[in-house]
Structure formats: structure tokens, C-alpha cells
Design a protein around this ligand. Structure first.
Ligand SMILES: [Zn+2]
Length: 429
């Protein structure tokens, strides 16, 4: 079964937490399997129903024509596969095409997953939808599931309605273009999509992303990202429609892994209202947030299941130019133990379980200083080698053993020694 795996979603939290934006709890929200599968994903494909026998290729051809029409923005081609007897559906599909006029799809693929017969000459088709953009990542991302009704007319099968609610048990998640017309501003490294009211934040996101790119390449040599897609939603309400139940907390920006391979890449999601609010209340935050999320997109293909999350968050802040140490220095000079420790933050779930803003802010200070120390003491190449060490298949053993082994192999020091060196480094700042 190829239902899309859930993606890691990373929120920039720290600065916002320090600066009195709405209360923030989880820092790095890894969505787990509990939200993954809608009902009926194993919907059987009947092979005996007379009304659908042999219709597989025909249906896929209709879907290919539909996807091709969207890529080419061809109204007549689109109309050729829509059922004229359902004018409301036809109107909504034409409106969809109008809304994506500016969106540079390189490919819009609708793939038949399964079908079920209804009344004679009707089919409900479950499909996977995925798309990629010109100048952006080359491989199709993990698809989104949707469903259509089709009816057989004299000149062939036609799309005749949205069957998502009936076939999937819920409406299909909203895309940016389901919520309004989409405009695009493009930079050297960004492809920013937004609704007409959000041109100002969209333009600034593009500029911040382009400005952050050289530091990203300096920190992660060999990075060569195509244009990174950025979707600017008007507000959190829209984001909840696009990613229902997944992002309870919101600080204005997040990044999202679009698949397991580098070719699939990632995207950045922005909430325009919070972005604007933050622009005036916390100068400089948005610029750092965009650099932070861009770094996550570059790190997705370098990340394995056991990669210490403090490396990822610390690198993202390192590129963003974020380096506060106020809380951490107090804790370290106090001499006692504190939570989370840097050791807690190499556990794969280390950033998922932070329960309050102080813990969140402290966690980021630890991540930031650990990466700053790694960069200063050992250099870029060793940081990259550490990432590579965790990209390999796990092997046996605990995370403690894996981390200690990687540190010894790559840096020539035990974890314990590193932790002590890091404490001394922070105290000397
Ligand atoms: Zn992050």
C-alpha cells in the first residue's frame, strides 16, 4: 500500500517563545501514524462488475487528460473530460483552473488507485494526486489521496463530481488554490505562492530565503537546492484546512518533508497574518525563521531515523544566525542538573516532548551552542560526517551507544568528553 507516509513538520519556536507570541509547547512536531490513514484505504477494486470491467485504462486516460489540462492551463482540454450534465462541478473545476493560472506546474499527476462500480455506467475512482513545479524539485512528492465520480457518456468517461467524502470518509485536504486565487513571486532560490492579499509577506519571504541561501551553502557545502516551494496561507484557519489536526501550534512558519528522496524535497509553509504581526512586534524574527526553515528543507535528505535532533535544530539556527545563551549559561553555572539535557536532545523524540516555553527555549540554546561548538572546534566537514553517520542503517544498540560510537568515529572523542567540552565552551562565552 502506498498511502503517503506522514511527514515531519518542524516549527521554529524558540525566538517566538522568548518574545511573547502565543504560548508554544511542542517545538518539533513529528506527526505519527495515528493521523495517517483515512477509512477505506484498502478499498477493493471489483473485477466482476459489468459496469466497470476493462475500464481501468480508460479511466487512467481520462485522469491523464485532466492532469495534462491543469499543467497546460488548457480550458478546452479540461472541459473535454468534465461531465456537462453536472454544471456545478464543471464550474468549480474551471474556477480551480483560473485560480492556478500563475502556478508553474511542471507536472500534475492524478493516478488511479482503485475504482468501484455504482449504477450502470458510473464509477467512483480513488486517486493519488501529486504535482511538481518548474525549476523546483524534480521528483513527484508523496501524493495526496482524493476521489472522483465518473460517468460514461457517449464520447467516453467524464469526471462528474468530488467523491472524497463518500470514498475517503472525509473531504480531501485543502490545497492553497482551494482557498483562493494563487499568485507567485519567484526568486533565485524560492518559488513563493500566495493569495492576492498576502503579496507583502510573500515578497519578503522570497527575499529572506534568497538572502539566507549563501550561508546555507557555506554551512552545508555541496548543497544545491532547486527553487524551494513556499506556500503562504492567509491565516492559521487556512492552514488547519490544509493540514487538519496536524499543526496545533503555530509560529508563522514551518517546513515539511515531501518524501524520502532528495529529488522530492520539501516545502515551507507560512501564515501571513502571524508573519505580519511578528514583523512589527519582533523585528528580525521572520528573517531568521525563513533561514531556519530553509535549512530544514536542505537537511531532510540528510536525516535518518536516529539523527540527533539537536544537530538539525542547531544547524537550522546556525544558518539563521540565531545564538542566544542567556538561559543556558545560568543553568550551567548553577552546577545542578536541568531538563532537557543535551543528552535528552539526541533522542529522536527529544524536541517533541518539551512541555513549556522555558524548556523549549533552553533546548534551542543547547542545540545552538552545541552546533556552534562543533563548527568552531571541528568544522563543517565533521558536522556533515556526523549527519552521514546517522543516515546509515541503524544496527543494533541503543541511541546512547549509537551517538557515542558516532562521536568517537567522526570526532575522536566520547560523548561524555564532548558534553564536558561543550559545557566549558558555553561558560567561556
Ligand atoms: Zn526547526
Amino acid at each position: 500500500m502506498t498511502y503517503p507516509r506522514m511527514t515531519a513538520i518542524t516549527l521554529t519556536r524558540k525566538t517566538a517563545a522568548l518574545l511573547m507570541l502565543p504560548v508554544l509547547f511542542l517545538i518539533c512536531l513529528l506527526v505519527t501514524g495515528c493521523l495517517a490513514a483515512p477509512p477505506n484505504t484498502d478499498w477493493a477494486t471489483p473485477t466482476t462488475a459489468a459496469s466497470t470491467a476493462g475500464a481501468g485504462d480508460e479511466i487512467q486516460n481520462v485522469l491523464d487528460t485532466y492532469g495534462g489540462a491543469i499543467t497546460a492551463k488548457d480550458r478546452n482540454q479540461l472541459a473535454s473530460v468534465l461531465d456537462p450534465q453536472n454544471p456545478d462541478f464543471v464550474r468549480r473545476q474551471q474556477e480551480f483552473l483560473d485560480r492556478v493560472q500563475d502556478v508553474p506546474f511542471a507536472q500534475y499527476q492524478v493516478r488511479l488507485v482503485s475504482r468501484a462500480g455504482g449504477a450502470p455506467g458510473t464509477i467512483t475512482a480513488k486517486v493519488d494526486i501529486s504535482y511538481r513545479f518548474q525549476g523546483s524539485f524534480s521528483a513527484l512528492p508523496e501524493p495526496r489521496r482524493a476521489a472522483f465520480y465518473l460517468v460514461k457518456r457517449q464520447d467516453g468517461w467524464k469526471l462528474s463530481g468530488d467523491a472524497s467524502q463518500a470514498a475517503l470518509g472525509k473531504p480531501s485536504d485543502a490545497e492553497l488554490w482551494d482557498l483562493g486565487t494563487v499568485r507567485v513571486v519567484s526568486g533565485d532560490h524560492a518559488l513563493v505562492m500566495y493569495h492576492p492579499g498576502s503579496e507583502d509577506p510573500a515578497t519578503r519571504v522570497r527575499d529572506y530565503l534568497d538572502a539566507a541561501y549563501p550561508r546555507l551553502v557555506a554551512t552545508l557545502p555541496g548543497t544545491n537546492l532547486p527553487k524551494v516551494p513556499v506556500k503562504v496561507f492567509d491565516d492559521k484557519g487556512q492552514i488547519d484546512l490544509a493540514f487538519p489536526g496536524k499543526w496545533q501550534e503555530w509560529t508563522g512558519g514551518a517546513s515539511r518533508d515531501l518524501g524520502g528522496s532528495a529529488g522530492q524535497g520539501g516545502e515551507i509553509i507560512i501564515a501571513a497574518d502571524l508573519f505580519q504581526e511578528t514583523a512589527s512586534s519582533v523585528p528580525g524574527y521572520n528573517r531568521k525563521m525563513v533561514g531556519h526553515e530553509l535549512t530544514h528543507v536542505a537537511l531532510f535528505p540528510l536525516t535518518g531515523d536516529n539523527t540527533p535532533p539537536f544537530l538539525l535544530e542547531g544547524l537550522a539556527d546556525y544558518v539563521a544566525g540565531e545564538n542566544t545563551v542567556s538561559l543556558l549559561k545560568d543553568k550551567l553555572s548553577g552546577g545542578g542538573s536541568f531538563s532537557p539535557s543535551l543528552r535528552d536532545l539526541y533522542q529522536p523524540s527529544g524536541f517533541d516532548v518539551l512541555l513549556n516555553t522555558d524548556a523549549a527555549a533552553l533546548a534551542y540554546e543547547e542545540a545552538d551552542t552545541a552546533v556552534a561548538y562543533l563548527e568552531k572546534q571541528y568544522g563543517n566537514d565533521k558536522v556533515l560526517s556526523l549527519l552521514q553517520a546517522f543516515k546509515k542503517p541503524d544496527g543494533a544498540g541503543s541511541q546512547d551507544q549509537r551517538v557515542d560510537q558516532a562521536w568517537r568515529t567522526v570526532l575522536g572523542v566520547s560523548w561524555d568528553q564532548f558534553e564536558q567540552d561543550w559545557r566549558n565552551y558555553v561558560l567561556s562565552q
